[in-house]
Ligand binder design. Structure first.
Ligand SMILES: Cc1ncc(COP(=O)(O)O)c(C=O)c1O
Length: 420
């Protein structure tokens, strides 16, 4: 049964918010839990009935500084009063400052700004294709991606996303992609040699350092190091999708730091703007092959998004938030493992990095991740599934020790309810 159906079936106390008129006007691309959120502060949000929730979803790993953080409020206000949008036909100082910050704090040498994770991955796909045609002299470049990955909802990125459920009914897909199992180096080696035929050749590997939507599966260090070595030896470009795991969520600024390898290209979005829409594609200078007019975005890199994202980046650094991510992540995993020990038939594994963690439910028991999420909502805690059997914990990176403790108590009660 799909997550959509499971969410639809999960019943919670009805809310006076008029969901019928909402559903008549808004396309039903989401299965929504029937609460309407209207206010937030720190790691807490309130629904239209005034009920308070601890937010361990954070807009799905996006609200880096939580809700209404004073630095974010100040940055939004300052930037909207000063200048919010001009075209990339002119130099935009905030864009330059944000790009410099990213370059100083990563292995990147160049940055392109856009509006979302999918758009950042599209930019990376286009960059690879141009590099393949003009530098590698590949007529028909192939990009390898991993099974159970998630890279976005545009046509190229659903093709990159190696999960049939996201592709069904949207064929024909974009040519030039092939899939390998995650954390399996033999499969990559085989694909590179098998696809070296006629005009076809592997030009790049696009992969998440930790698979988020695919069930919170961390990359294997030995696998990623070997991947880097293969790419060095073959000239294949290594692209990391850091849209979910980047910007401090792993406890390091970038997920690749957890694996000890640097990509040639990587993408970011979600946490970069702390909830303000922004995406970015970073690369080393050797593969920066775009010329003026070859790729663009009207809103990409505007003063508003870049000014606010720069404040998010500087606040992360100034308030030493990465240390909090590491400490709170450990506290959360320890607490979840203690809960797992109480429900050994129901919880099979707790895994993750920093503040991106998953609690896997036993495939043989009836309870699903949406059941646990629904029970947690009843306990005043917002969580999000990552597949039908994994409950994901992605709170704001400023979450406190007391809030993690409160969330653990709510999970314990939710597990008691679903296993009763
Ligand atoms: C790893 C990864 N890549 C790309 C995306 C797509 O990002 P967006 O929804 O901003 O287009 C997501 C969204 O969940 C993601 O987790």
């Amino acid at each position: 049964m799909s997550i959509q159906t499971l969410v639809e079936q999960a019943t919670i106390a009805s809310s006076p918010f008029d969901t019928d008129s909402f559903n008549q006007a808004v396309m039903s691309t989401y299965a929504r839990f029937p609460i309407a959120l209207e206010r937030g502060a720190g790691c807490r949000v309130w629904d239209t009935q005034g009920r308070e929730y601890l937010d361990f979803v954070a807009g799905i790993a996006t609200c880096t500084l939580g809700h209404a953080h004073p630095a974010l409020v100040e940055a939004v206000t300052r930037q909207i009063q000063k200048l919010h949008h001009v075209s990339n036909l002119y130099y935009i100082p905030e864009q330059g400052e944000l790009a410099k910050w990213i370059v100083q704090h990563s292995c990147a040498e160049r940055v392109f700004f856009c509006n979302s994770g999918a758009e950042a991955n599209e930019a990376a796909i286009k960059l690879v294709r141009k590099y393949a045609h003009t530098v590698l002299q590949i007529e028909k470049p192939i990009i390898l991606t991993a099974r159970d990955s998630f890279h976005g909802r545009t046509l190229a990125t659903i093709t990159a996303t190696a999960q049939p459920k996201y592709q069904k009914n949207f064929e024909p897909l974009v040519p030039g992609f092939d899939y390998v199992p995650y954390n399996d180096i033999g499969a990559v080696e085989a694909a590179i040699s098998e696809l070296d035929e006629g005009d076809y050749r592997v030009a790049a590997i696009l992969i998440e350092p930790l698979q988020g939507e695919g069930g919170v599966r961390p990359g294997d260090i030995a696998y990623f190091q070997k991947l880097r070595q293969i790419c060095n030896e073959t000239g294949v470009l290594l692209i990391f999708d850091e849209v979910q795991v980047g910007m401090g969520r792993s406890g390091k600024l970038w997920g690749y730091e957890c694996l000890g390898v640097e990509p040639d290209i990587f993408t970011s979005a979600k946490g970069l703007g702390g909830g303000i829409p922004i995406g970015a594609m970073m690369c080393k200078s050797f593969c920066d092959v775009f010329q003026p007019g070859e790729h663009a975005s009207t809103f990409g890199g505007n003063p508003f998004a870049c000014g606010v994202a720069l404040t998010v980046c500087e606040t992360l650094e100034r308030e030493n938030i990465l240390q909090n991510v590491q400490d709170r992540g450990e506290q959360l995993r320890d607490g979840l493992r203690a809960i797992a020990a109480k429900y050994p038939n129901h919880i099979t594994e707790v895994r993750g990095w920093g503040l991106i963690n998953g609690m896997e439910l036993n495939a043989d028991v009836q309870s699903t991740a949406p059941d646990v999420v629904k029970a947690a909502i009843d306990e005043g805690l917002l969580l999000v599934p990552a597949g039908p059997k994994v409950v994901r914990f992605v709170p704001p990176l400023i979450v406190t020790q007391a809030e993690v403790e409160q969330a653990l108590q709510a999970v314990d009660k939710a597990m008691a309810a679903v296993t009763a």
